[in-house]
Design a protein around this ligand. Structure first.
Ligand code: HPA
Ligand SMILES: [Zn+2]
Length: 339
């Protein structure tokens, strides 16, 4: 297993049918009708409707700690050495769950994973674009007392009709607080949404970014600025934003174009697989070669918000793994200065 970094996973999207049933039972709640529903979905919204309904079983700090712990144990088995985890606080505070229970429960799981698996990681608070910019700003204010637990802010949920520009002020305020910035863009929205995420929000990574390939100037810009794209192939098939054949997934073009793309799991309980499952499926479909799997791992580490020393240490692990299995050493692992 290549050592790697997970940069695009929604913790609520790791809530599988077993844990839904367990939490429903523990909290004295009915099992949501969508428990166990998986791919395919009609589109992003069809999926989100199920995702928001199912997460109603998450009520207590312990629920969030258990959710995080199960994901992190599974991620460790996939070779994940560093995990930057998305969380949607609004999907919980809207239901009356205190934000500190969400953040402290997940942070406890991250601390336990450091001890148990030697994994590092942190939380990225995402704003739900369908609730608009005022709710996003209120959410930022609500999480700032827990600033030390947070790496970054992000933007997710229904994309089309909610362009990044709506969230200019909240991203500006987050940056002023020293938070890093990422945004979902180009999943269903066009290249104009990716430009806005970069130019207006100051996003340092683009989550998905598939539709960036429709704009040659944008592709050149992403290459020159080494802007990371966190790509989720099984998610794209499940939500019909790519495919139906994984062999036609845009990741191959992204790598050919020299873009800093890496592979992640998005909502693995719904889309049929964790990070390693995504990678295995890509290799099986012939979308990437075995040697490119090492490039994807090195890109993920380089794209993370780890400090330089942490990146160098993980790139050294990747180099050692390549040498052990006789694979090509990814260029970034040979020359960490190029990160
Ligand atoms: O795939 C996704 N896209 C946008 N928002 C999301 N929130 C959870 N998963 C997703
Ligand atoms: Zn996502």
């Amino acid at each position: 297993m290549w050592p790697t970094a997970e940069l695009h996973v929604h913790i609520e999207g790791t809530l599988d049918a077993d844990l839904i049933r367990e939490l429903a039972d523990r909290n004295g709640l009915p099992v949501p009708a969508g428990a166990g529903r998986g791919a395919p979905f009609r589109d992003l919204q069809d999926f989100l409707d199920v995702y928001y309904a199912n997460l109603d079983v998450l009520r207590t700090r312990r629920d969030f700690q258990d959710l995080g712990a199960r994901y992190l144990a599974r991620a460790a088995a996939a070779g994940v050495r560093h995990a930057e985890i998305f969380v949607d606080p609004q999907s919980h505070t809207e239901r009356g769950v205190p934000v500190e229970d969400v953040l402290l429960g997940l942070s406890a799981a991250l601390a336990d994973a450091r001890a148990a698996h030697g994994m590092s990681g942190g939380l990225i608070v995402c704003f739900l674009r369908h609730l608009g910019p005022d709710a996003a700003m209120a959410t930022l204010e609500a999480v700032l007392p827990h600033r030390s637990l947070l790496l970054a802010v992000g933007l997710d949920s229904s994309e089309v009709g909610f362009p990044p520009s709506l969230f200019r002020d909240v991203f500006e305020r987050a940056a002023a607080e020293g938070l890093r910035r990422v945004a979902h863009a180009g999943e269903e929205g066009g290249p104009d949404y990716v430009w806005e995420a970069l130019d207006i929000l100051g996003a340092e990574r683009i989550d998905h970014g598939n539709r960036a390939l429709e704009d040659v100037e944008l592709v050149a810009h992403l290459r020159e600025t080494r802007t990371p794209l966190t790509v989720c192939p099984l998610s794209n098939l499940a939500l019909r934003t790519a495919g139906p054949d994984l062999a036609d997934h845009p990741l191959a073009v992204m790598l050919d174009e020299g873009l800093r793309a890496s592979v992640h799991s998005d909502d693995p309980a719904y889309f049929g697989g964790y990070l390693d499952d995504n990678v295995r499926a890509l290799v099986a479909a012939g979308t990437v070669t075995e040697d490119q799997v090492g490039v994807l791992a090195a890109n993920a580490v380089a794209s993370s918000f780890l400090p330089d020393a942490g990146k160098a240490a993980l790139l050294a692990e990747i180099r050692a793994h390549a040498e052990r299995v006789g694979a090509a050493v990814p260029a970034l692992a040979l020359d960490p200065a190029a990160v």
